[in-house]
Design a binder for this molecule. Structure first.
Ligand SMILES: *Cc1c(COP(=O)(O)O)cnc(C)c1O
Length: 500
């Protein structure tokens, strides 16, 4: 299995290179050069596999010769041993044909753990192997967080050999629980930096550091953002595991997946699952007020909301201006619909697709938007439905499901998905079951959740929704470096802490 860039200038890369590099040198995202074939009897043979076994089968299809099946199996079982249930991602019924796929059973209670626990182990494995072969190799992961994703990265990388991780957050602008989740991790290789500034300042510092070529190379700067292929790969598993869980109960059922989306990484894994041959009725993109994906799927125009910028919503992990992983889907859309039909050679079509993506992305950057052809829009809409959920609809949905019997407490991101599941078109047959991906534990976003519930006459308190591992976290010892809003000061801190 080899990988190519969506922008057409890089191909033939190995899985290992793609994982360690993250972004391709031409600015594109890595995608597999082909979609592997599942064993012909996978539906029967895999139906009783555990999550870990299923992940092993699926991931092994994509690693080429870089890992043996045993190595994949070892990495996968290590990654999911940190989850609080062996099912890893349990499927919970909400009503008749509506189910929630709980992806928040990892160490930080958000779906990103599914990918980042695996990515951390993969980094460590590849780096240790390079060192054992005599190539000195290490990584300094540097990232900015507005609060939600930093802890998943920290928990994915804590204690890993040959890796240091620096996570910048805006001082006093992340929630108390998020700050505690990050700064109470005391492993030597974990470095929290509280920047006196905003999230944008943190991001600018990270960008600046990545732009310092010499520094970047000397310290082997790396990123763990959602463009890393290994993250998408790890997420494919739960589409399969929930399909099997559904079929065990309803042998005729076909799932429709509704996915609260931001950077399009979560739902993209569903697209790959479907491309591999998983029966999927439809993939539905659910957005909050930051609705670029919903607008695209209705109009065929992908347009930044430049005037208003990113809107702050109760589902902050989905507050984006553009969805970085959408480029991967666009590549397939371009190859199959935008390349002139008289080009029949597949390799040539794929090369052309890269050129089209490069043009689209350039247009997005310079003009703020691009449009696809009606044919391409139609093709996209065959695969993806979409819907949007406002802030008040989000809170109303949380209140509604809490008041139900049996009561279920949705986090605001999941509520966006459930609202969209309830309100978008209901095509499909009687055998269609909707699976809403639940991306976070409600306690992680307790402000919005408690407001939604208690404004409707209930008296839910923070302590009662807190999962046991988070009880007392606010009082635990912390380590965090307070830093001026200055790239040079952050760089000096990195130089001080990393032992080359
Ligand atoms: C990251 C995140 C999302 C959005 O996932 P994408 O892969 O960026 O689409 C949704 N909910 C939560 C809680 C998240 O952390």
């Amino acid at each position: 299995m080899k990988y190519r860039s969506t922008r057409g200038q890089v191909s033939g890369q190995s899985f290992e290179d793609v994982v360690l590099e993250g972004l391709a040198a031409d600015g594109g995202l890595y995608i597999p050069e082909e979609i592997p074939q599942l064993p012909s009897n996978w539906q029967a043979d895999w139906s009783q596999l555990s999550f870990v076994e299923l992940a092993t089968e699926l991931i092994y299809l994509f690693v080429g010769t870089d890992l043996t099946r045993d190595q994949v199996s070892h990495l996968v079982s290590k990654s999911y041993s940190t989850f609080d249930t062996p099912q890893v991602a349990p499927l919970v019924p909400l009503s008749n044909n509506l189910h929630v796929l709980e992806l928040f059973h990892g160490p930080t209670f958000a779906f990103k753990d599914v990918a980042l626990q695996f990515l951390g182990n993969l980094f460590e494995f590849f780096l240790q192997r390079r060192n054992n072969r005599g190539e000195a190799s290490r990584l300094t992961v540097v990232g900015a967080t507005s609060g939600d994703t930093g802890s998943a990265a920290i928990y994915g990388l804590r204690g890993k050999d040959k890796v240091d991780v620096f996570i910048l957050h805006p001082k006093d602008r992340v929630s108390a629980i998020q700050e505690a989740q990050m700064t109470t991790v005391l492993d030597e290789n974990v470095h929290n930096v509280a920047v006196q500034g905003t999230f944008d300042d943190c991001q600018d510092i990270v960008k600046h550091l990545f732009g310092q070529k010499e520094f970047r190379q000397k310290y082997s700067l790396g990123a763990v953002n959602s463009i890393n292929w290994a993250r998408i790969l790890a997420q494919i598993t739960y589409y399969f595991s929930s399909f099997f869980a559904l079929r065990r109960q309803y042998p005729e059922a076909t799932p429709k997946f509704v996915v609260p989306s931001g950077n399009f990484g979560d739902i993209l894994a569903g697209f790959y699952a479907q491309s591999l041959g998983l029966p999927v009725e439809r993939l539905v993109v659910a957005t909050n007020a930051n609705d670029i994906l919903d607008r695209f799927l209705k109009s065929g125009t992908y347009e930044k909301n430049a005037e208003e910028g990113v809107l702050a919503t109760p589902s902050p992990a989905m507050d984006i201006l553009v969805s970085s992983n959408f480029e991967r889907f666009l590549w397939y859309l371009a190859r199959d619909n935008e390349v002139p039909e008289d080009i029949t050679d597949l390799a040539e079509r794929e090369q052309k697709a890269g050129e089209i993506i490069a043009q689209w992305m350039d247009k997005l950057k310079t003009q703020g938007s691009f449009s696809v052809s009606p044919k391409a829009l139609q093709a996209a809409r065959k695969i993806f439905g979409s819907g949007r959920c406002s802030d008040s609809q989000t809170l109303d949905t949380i209140a509604k499901y809490y008041a139900r019997s049996p009561s279920y407490l949705l986090d605001p991101h999941t509520a966006v998905g459930v609202y969209v599941a309830e309100t978008t078109e209901t095509e499909g047959s009687d055998n269609t079951h909707t699976i809403c991906l639940s991306t976070a534990h409600p306690a992680k976003f307790s402000d919005a959740v408690l407001k939604a519930v208690n404004d409707n006459g209930h008296q839910l308190d923070f302590g009662s929704i807190l999962p046991p591992p988070l009880v007392g976290i606010l009082e635990k010892p912390r380590r965090c470096f307070d830093c001026e809003n200055s790239p040079d000061k952050v760089a000096a801190h990195i130089i001080d802490k990393v032992k080359l």
